[in-house]
Design a protein around this ligand. Sequence first.
Ligand code: SPD
Length: 377
Amino acid sequence: MRSHPLGYLILVALLAGLALSACVAPAPAAPQAPAQPAEQPAQPEVQPASEIVFYNWSDYIDPEIYDLFAAETGITVVEDNYSSNEELLAKLQGGATGYALIVPSDYTASIMIEEGMLAELNHDNIPNLSNLADQFRNLPYDPGNKYCATYLWGTTGLGYNTEQLDTPPDSWAVFFDPDPNAPWYGRMTLLDDVREVFSAALIYLGYDNNTKHEAQLEEAKQLLIKAKAAISGFDSDLFEELVGSGENLIGHGWNGDYLQAQEEFGTIGYVIPKEGGTAWIDNICIPATATPEQKLAGEMFINFLLRPEIGAKLAEYTFYATPNQAAREHVSEEYLNNPIINPPADVMERLHYIEPLGEFEAVYQRLWDEVKSAPTP
Ligand code: SPD
């Protein structure tokens, strides 16, 4: 976070005070008649928008929640989707407006806060923020939930087809030291997601997944280029279905998406490789471009999502872990005891967070463009 020395803040405050006094008009002549109390025009009370657009990851909410919210408030929520943080960021940086709600992950929420892209939440409209577990209320990128409410959290690892593989893949080596004779060769995907793929390669190499060492990143880039021969593509939309249907045998992807597909196909397993994987926290926030009416409706929706029963519905439908302590009282034992959703301590120890890198983010993006445009070896 950019630091503001105290002296600088005092200087700014002093200058602001001076500018204000410099603008004061000369005192008017004394009024002839007794002064009447000035009539303040009444501020029109903001009414919530009747329809809002929620820009979210796909398969990341139970659609029934929209019906329940509309039945209670009369507000319709329309959904639009993205499949990476970078897509969300680029869209908003490109000037897209009209969204009342978005769900950036940790490092992206941090960038958006730094860049002034998020509206400050009015906590009076979101009393259910108190349902969040303590550890999700003071996250380093958004202390006190000034801009966002924690939505769900999850992990990134390997999904595999349990009908075609007797033993789970236990290493990122399936991608980064690929065996052309393995049955999964050519039948795997890597996420189409710069920070996730570089994290996988860096963790495999034993490096920090947030490294700023260009030599380490170059090594990771070479591994990713080599992996292109072993995969059917980079994909963040269909990876779980490709594994579930048996078209692919292994996929790099998100735990909850694999568990959703497991409901449909019954053929999916999920592991965090022995070298480790990533963990992330997603957040629901309001873009700074939202109108007051959209913002109020967005805050009402966030408050609704944070109700214990609705939070439980969100978590059980998506198969992701809930930061909502009150919701945990309303989810099934099966959900709470699922180690893919709520990983045990030994797995948690192998998980790494993706951190904001400031301007260095552009270096990852350049290397990622080079991976994408390199010919398949
Ligand atoms: N289908 C929902 C996927 C949610 C993924 N969250 C973001 C993880 C980014 N590292």
